[in-house]
Design a protein around this ligand. Structure first.
Ligand SMILES: Cc1cc2nc3c(=O)[nH]c(=O)nc-3n(C[C@H](O)[C@H](O)[C@H](O)COP(=O)(O)OP(=O)(O)OC[C@H]3O[C@@H](n4cnc5c(N)ncnc54)[C@H](O)[C@@H]3O)c2cc1C
Length: 559
């Protein structure tokens, strides 16, 4: 099989909630190609347990959801983006229901059927729409089903996007002004051929970066490919220092995969308490919401408890609840823990924090547009400004839905551009060698990156640790890029190159921020510094604002 050229109106990189929901909407305006580097359901979305936050109950309000989001984000959130997120939530949830997502329902006192709304950390009201504790899996299933009935969408499974196509590959480097994206070079994993996927609009929906850390709740697709690709193409990237460590992942001494089972926030929402090896609750006195405090606070409290005790884990206890309730409400977690030797209806669960969610990414405006023309980003790869310095639980699936929709709707205003011919790009140069030792070398480099990031750029940082991390990552990056240039491209090598770039972007973000805020905690600057933070924030998001297109006619409907 030879390399070929493939053209469509839209190219979507990724089949999580951001990519799939965008594709469904975009298909109304043109042909859509979706590439995904493994099977279509392998995504962070598929792992989401807790649910989707939205104001759907009469005793809740838009103002409260906005306030909770801001509190968690430590005033670093973009107010306009948060406003849009919260106000558009109910419409997007109803749309999911109309697409066949089976959320959990209950009956109210009068016997009326209504959505069962859960509670999670940082939320002042019950507002988490969920499908038991496998919400992401159910959403992913329904979106894939829906897509299979849409003729305008073509799927390419086992295809890895390598690099974006811009003026750069045409030898027309633009040092100033806006670049344009025309699609991507895409690797067919099975054959090793690299194809040219041309498109008028491209969406980065390739998810997060958890695999850059030694312990993570993310599956091994979360290698930050889209963010690294966009960065190489010259897009603005921001807030990479705000990596959320989920406080409670199952601690399994024997696990060698590095992918930890998540024990959802919803378990604490149902009353589970955190205890140390003496059985003492240590969240009392740390925060008024105790176990339901925002994740950064809970993760740091656990980190402190571990450092104080020298133990490897703490415990989360829900065993005092009715066994039947636990099994019904948390079937997935119950099963997962039992497989690892813990019956959560009878004993506390050993837990540790693990890298979970990236708040930063490719900077976008309120329509998902990046600083590169015709390139959109959504979901965990994007930095819309919604999460600020710390994501409020269950706001991420919602963010993906709301901003993918807005991006697709915005793209129709650019429909006239599609009359223009797409440029001719040079075919990928397939030269380079491949040898059998490759896998070992790559795995070794991946582990070095993960260990460095875990030890020096984790929950608690310091100038000294960041300097050490940067020295090591710079060295590794040089070595990896050199290796990459000489070898034939394959998926693990593409991911390794991206991982090292992501590591550097996180360290750069962490080094630049001379304060502690939300998820970023540096012992050399333990305080908040509002003046400093404002300057950085405006510097990042301000650049995008300048490029805002006037007179977007659907704006009124969307607000
Ligand atoms: C265990 C767990 C529990 C969570 N629980 C919740 C929750 O309850 N509520 C909530 O709001 N959020 C939750 N989150 C976060 C949320 O699931 C993610 O932020 C969200 O699903 C991200 O969606 P996405 O579409 O941006 O990316 P993903 O769902 O990660 O999808 C990314 C896609 O891109 C593909 N891809 C990546 N690189 C390439 C490439 N180079 N070429 C081609 N394809 C590529 C991947 O294969 C994948 O299909 C949870 C996350 C985890 C890990």
């Amino acid at each position: 099989m030879k390399s070929y050229e493939h053209k469509s109106d839209y190219l979507v990189v990724g089949t999580g909630i951001a990519g799939l929901s965008f594709a469904i909407h975009a298909a109304a305006y043109g042909t859509v190609t979706i590439v995904t580097k493994k099977k279509n359901y392998v995504s962070n979305t598929n792992y989401a347990q807790g649910g989707i936050a939205s104001v759907l109950s009469s005793n809740d309000s838009v103002e409260l959801h906005i306030e909770d989001t801001f509190k968690a984000g430590v005033t670093h959130c973009n107010p306009e983006a948060v406003n849009i997120l919260v106000k558009n939530g109910p419409e997007r949830i109803n749309e999911l229901i109309s697409w066949g997502v089976n959320f959990s329902f209950e009956e109210d006192e009068k016997g009326n059927r209504q959505l069962e709304l859960g509670r999670e950390g940082g939320h002042s009201k019950n507002r988490i729409v969920h499908a038991k504790d496998y919400t992401g899996q159910e959403v992913e299933r329904a979106l894939i089903d829906k897509i299979s009935s849409i003729d305008a969408i073509t799927f390419f499974e086992d295809y890895t996007a390598i690099d974006l196509l811009t003026e750069h590959q045409l030898g027309q480097d633009k040092d100033s002004g806006i670049r344009t994206c025309y699609g991507a070079y895409v690797l067919e994993n099975e054959t090793g051929d690299v194809h040219t996927f041309l498109s008028h609009n491209t969406l980065i929906a390739s998810g997060g970066v958890g695999s850059v850390y030694l312990h993570t709740t993310n599956p091994y697709i979360a290698t930050g490919d889209g963010i690294a690709m966009a960065f190489r193409a010259g897009a603005e990237i921001a807030d990479m220092e705000f990596m959320q460590f989920h406080p409670t992942s199952f601690y399994d001494r024997n696990d060698r995969t590095g992918i930890a089972l998540l024990v959802s926030e919803a378990v604490r929402g149902e009353g589970a308490v955190l205890i140390n090896h003496q059985g003492e609750r240590f969240m009392k006195g740390v925060h008024e919401l105790e176990e339901l405090a925002p994740r950064d606070i809970v993760a740091r409290a656990i980190d402190k408890e571990l450092k104080k005790s020298g133990k490897e884990c703490v415990f989360l206890d829900i065993s005092f609840k009715e066994s039947s309730f636990i099994k019904e409400r948390f079937p997935n977690i119950f099963k997962g823990c039992l497989e690892r030797g813990i019956d959560i209806t009878k004993e506390p669960i050993p837990v540790v924090p693990a890298a979970h969610y990236l708040c930063g990414g490719v900077v976008t405006d309120l329509y998902g547009r990046t600083s590169i023309k015709n390139l959109y980003a959504s979901g965990e790869s994007a930095c819309t400004g919604v999460h600020g310095a710390n994501r409020l639980a269950s706001n991420s699936l919602l963010e993906a839905l709301v901003f993918s929709y807005r991006a697709a709707e915005h793209s129709k205003t650019a429909k006239s551009d599609r009359k223009n011919e797409l440029p001719e790009f040079p075919r990928w140069n397939k030269e380079g060698t491949f040898d059998l030792e490759e896998w070992v070398l790559i795995q070794h480099n991946v582990e070095e990156i993960q260990r460095t990031m875990w030890d020096y750029v984790g929950i608690v940082r310091s100038n000294l640790r960041l300097e050490r991390a940067l020295r090591r990552i710079n060295f590794l990056e040089e070595e990896i890029i050199d290796y990459y240039k000489r070898r034939r491209v394959w998926r693990r090598l593409v991911e390794l190159r991206n991982l090292v770039t992501i590591a550097r972007l996180i360290i750069n973000g962490a080094t630049t921020r001379k304060e502690s805020r939300g998820l970023h905690y540096n012992t050399d600057y333990p305080e908040l510094d509002d003046n400093y933070a404002k300057a950085i924030f405006q510097n990042n998001l301000g650049k995008i604002e300048l490029k805002k297109v006037e007179n977007v006619d659907f704006e009124q409907d969307l607000k």
